[in-house]
Ligand binder design. Structure first.
Ligand code: KG4
Ligand code: ZN
Length: 365
């Protein structure tokens, strides 16, 4: 099964061709990502209109390159997948409409992929991880701990009550005058900083639930920064190091609690899986490794280029869904909001009614 995948939900214009074999193993035949960072950097964050226009201008050529690198054409792939949300609606419309057009002219199946589901399944792309596993998903817009029981079968065990972790990194960077996107900048500056200089809060640690709260931590950084203003280079390095340390302590506590909830509900997971841009952070990877060792579960973290947004994860999720017959009609809607719990999944086929095999959740926009 060979699927073309298109990603355009935020500031990456990406396309990839991925093969999924019958035994569940995979091959990434191509994976082309164009990051719009330089276009958004002057504004200190993603500007939705600029992002959507960027996708319109570049998506066709990115798709052509992905097909060429894979040695394929639109006629020789088995399905066309695109992220249909959640995300910035202008970009989502560009990617999904392009996928619909290709599916229409080639008469190939269309798969409207949930971007979060694509992050959730990326461990199976790199590692063939079996269900059920415990997912720690941390990106610019989402922070969740999820029980992944099957394709389309997700239960959220914990989430953030305010900012996402990536958002906290981005906002902290901004208030310290570091360029967008903040996560990699904070990580870089933290390398030379003193992680004990500032005593910052660790919200929610020690609680039984697996929820996060990060806005107070970001505010604490702002207050410390205001106290010692004007900030020198070393001050910024120290604030970055202290902030990153506090976040990693929070991640340790929350993921540990999430694993305990998972164990109580489903028994031991096959693995602890990390996904989303924040999982590219080296220190966060280290604490996840500590939690996994303590719980005696395997840790699966895709390489950084598959943790941040990319087309390969969309193509892979498309292939997993296509394998189960979970395809979409050309009338499927793009969605700005689309919680994982609302993703359609296959249910066991009733003996005499094969046409009712698919359960589709109504689109709530
Ligand atoms: O998954 P992703 O590429 O896009 C979204 O779907 O949001 O995640 C982007 C987020 C941004 O907030 C970015 O600052 C953060 O992931 N990020 C990092 C690192 N690399 C990316 N955060 C901390 N450390 C990093 N090395
Ligand atoms: Zn993402």
């Amino acid at each position: 099964m060979i699927v073309l995948g298109i990603e355009s939900t935020c500031d990456e214009t990406a396309a990839a061709v991925v093969e999924r074999r019958r035994d569940g193993t995979s091959a990434i035949l191509s994976n082309i990502v164009y990051s719009q960072i330089t276009e958004h950097a002057p504004f200190g964050g993603v500007v939705p209109e600029i992002a959507a226009r960027g996708h319109v201008e570049r998506l066709d050529s990115i798709i052509s390159r992905a097909l060429r690198h894979a040695g394929k054409t639109v006629a020789t792939v088995d399905g066309i997948a695109a992220a249909a949300g959640p995300g910035l609606i202008g970009g989502v419309i560009v990617g999904l409409t392009t996928a619909k057009a290709i599916a229409l002219v080639t008469n190939k199946p269309l798969i409207a992929v949930n971007h979060l589901e694509a992050h959730a399944l990326s461990a199976r792309l790199v590692d063939n991880t079996l269900f059920p596993y415990c997912l720690f998903l941390a990106s610019g817009g989402h922070t969740q701990i999820v029980a992944v029981r099957g394709v389309g079968d997700y239960e959220r065990l914990g989430t953030t009550l305010d900012d996402a972790i990536g958002e906290a990194f981005d906002k902290t960077a901004k208030l310290l005058g570091l360029p967008y996107p903040g996560g990699p900048q904070v990580e870089k500056r933290a390398k030379n900083g003193d992680l004990q200089r500032f005593s910052l809060p660790r919200p929610m640690t020690g609680r039984d639930n697996a929820d996060f709260s990060l806005s107070g931590l970001k505010t604490a950084v702002r207050l410390e920064a205001e106290n010692i203003a004007p900030l020198g280079r070393q001050d910024i390095d120290d604030l970055c190091a202290s902030f990153q340390r506090a976040v990693t302590d929070v991640v340790f506590s929350r993921v540990r609690a999430g694993l305990m909830i998972f164990n109580r509900r489903y028994g031991k997971p096959t693995a602890l899986v990390a996904a989303g841009g924040v999982a590219a952070n080296e220190m966060i990877r280290q604490v996840l490794d500590m939690v996994a060792r303590e719980a005696l579960v395997r840790l699966v973290v895709p390489p950084p280029e598959l943790c941040t947004d990319n087309g390969a994860m969309i193509a892979w999720a498309g292939a997993e869904r296509l394998e189960l017959g979970l395809t979409d009609g050309l009338d499927v809607s793009p969605r700005a909001r689309w919680p994982l719990g609302e993703v359609a999944h296959a249910i066991p086929a009733p003996k005499f009614a094969p046409s009712s095999r698919l359960r589709h959740t109504p689109d709530k926009g």
